[in-house]
Design a protein around this ligand. Structure first.
Ligand code: FMN
Length: 381
């Protein structure tokens, strides 16, 4: 199937699976340990039922929202996904350009292949930047300064990755960054000729934000090794407070699942929280994001927006999260499946699919403006 025949995100996932070597597909598609939380993210959203209203004028509809000072054409931000360059050459720029073209948000990863400056200059204006605190605090400070200088209005501190989650697909497939071709996987790579040719012609693999431009060439490592070496597992609330005093823009914490943590984040000056289990890639058996959302919405008492992240595969999933109190959703894999299938046009296809599904859901739900969707839109037996 060609990407432009994909009817839904599941179709795009299937195109991605056929395009990518198994190890690369496993890296984007997989989760931690038994992937229970990954499955629950999708399953718990799928289990929610609507309570549609009839005889409502839905001839004009809107899914536009304001989030953290930005107007978005839909309540969606494509979230930080590291090393998107292994999926498609200059993958970060494809994601940045596609999200800008469609009017939704985009958050760049610390571990992107393109640098903050490259995304700001060649991708889009106003990208959000996500921070993993590095052991080298000088490097961490310089990332924050670079994000501000590049015009990022929002800094997203991801707090659910003190150590790398145990991704068994990556271990089994011997996934490394950059990907390494050896005897064990040569047939897998050789069978994905399109991907292989694109990668052969792609710019050199870099961690645009972390590489020392004058340093030695990067050695092959697993992602888990890279994280263990550089990421700071000692990060605590004091670090958040320091960041709050240093960062002049909006500051968001991504990766909370508990009401007390969310309340504390709001008290300490977070501008928003993202309810997230990292797409089921960190602690397996953590609750699904949609299950963790309502207690957190209740805990912050409307003082700050709450975003939900994890399991969005349909536009109707976005509407369900909004009904349970989210201000917007962060979307990870759906964009990457689009990216794998055709680069920037594939990402645009993923956004079109989700936006069309949000639109039809609003029409059939009898709530023509997404800002008016609330809990009464859900069927609670
Ligand atoms: C391939 C991949 C790379 C990711 N890299 C990061 C990252 O660098 N930083 C981060 O905070 N989250 C990262 N995430 C998590 C996403 O931001 C997001 O939380 C998750 O994908 C949401 O779940 P979904 O894929 O079901 O939409 C990554 C996810 C994937 C699939």
């Amino acid at each position: 199937m060609k990407f432009n025949r994909a009817v839904n995100i599941a179709d795009l996932r299937e195109v991605a699976r056929r395009q990518l070597p198994r190890s690369v597909f496993g890296f984007i598609d997989g989760g931690a340990h038994d992937e229970r939380t990954l499955r629950d993210n999708e399953g718990d959203l799928a289990a929610i039922r609507f309570a549609p209203r009839m005889l409502v004028d839905v001839s004009t509809r809107s899914q536009q929202v304001e989030v953290l000072g930005q107007t978005l054409s839909s309540p969606m931000v494509f979230g930080p996904t590291g090393i998107a360059g292994v999926v498609w050459p200059e993958g970060d720029l494809c994601l940045a350009r596609a999200t800008a073209a469609k009017g939704i948000g985009f958050c760049q990863s610390t571990t992107s292949n393109a640098s903050i400056e490259q995304v700001a200059q060649r991708g889009r204006k106003g990208q959000w930047f996500h921070l993993y605190v590095q052991k080298d605090r000088g490097l961490t400070k310089s990332l924050v300064d670079r994000a501000w200088d590049a015009g990022c209005p929002v800094l997203v501190l991801t707090v659910d990755l003190p150590v790398s989650g145990p991704r068994e697909r990556d271990i089994r497939n011997g996934f490394t960054v950059p990907p390494r071709i050896d005897l064990s996987n040569v047939f897998d790579y050789a069978s994905k000729l399109g991907w292989l040719m694109r990668m052969a012609n792609a710019p050199r693999f870099t961690f645009g934000n972390l590489d020392d431009p004058n340093g030695a060439p990067r050695k092959l490592v697993t992602l888990a090794e890279q994280i263990a070496r550089n990421f700071d597992a000692s990060v605590g609330w004091k670090d958040f407070e320091r960041l709050r005093s240093e960062w002049k823009g909006k500051l968001v914490i991504k990766g909370l699942l508990r009401a007390d943590d969310a309340r504390r984040a709001a008290e300490l000056g977070a501008d928003a929280v993202v309810v997230s289990n990292h797409g089921g890639r960190q602690l397996d058996s953590a609750p699904s994001a949609i299950a963790a959302l309502p207690p957190i919405v209740q805990a912050v008492e409307g003082k700050i927006p709450v975003l939900m992240d994890g399991g969005i595969r349909r536009g109707s999933d976005v509407v369900k999260a909004i009904a349970l109190g989210a201000s917007a959703c962060i979307v990870g894999r759906a964009g990457l499946y689009g990216l794998a299938s055709a680069g920037q046009p594939g990402v645009e296809r993923a956004i079109d699919i989700l936006q069309r599904e949000i639109d039809i859901t609003l029409a059939l739900l009898g709530v023509p403006d997404i800002r008016h969707v609330d809990r009464s839109a859900l069927f609670e037996a």
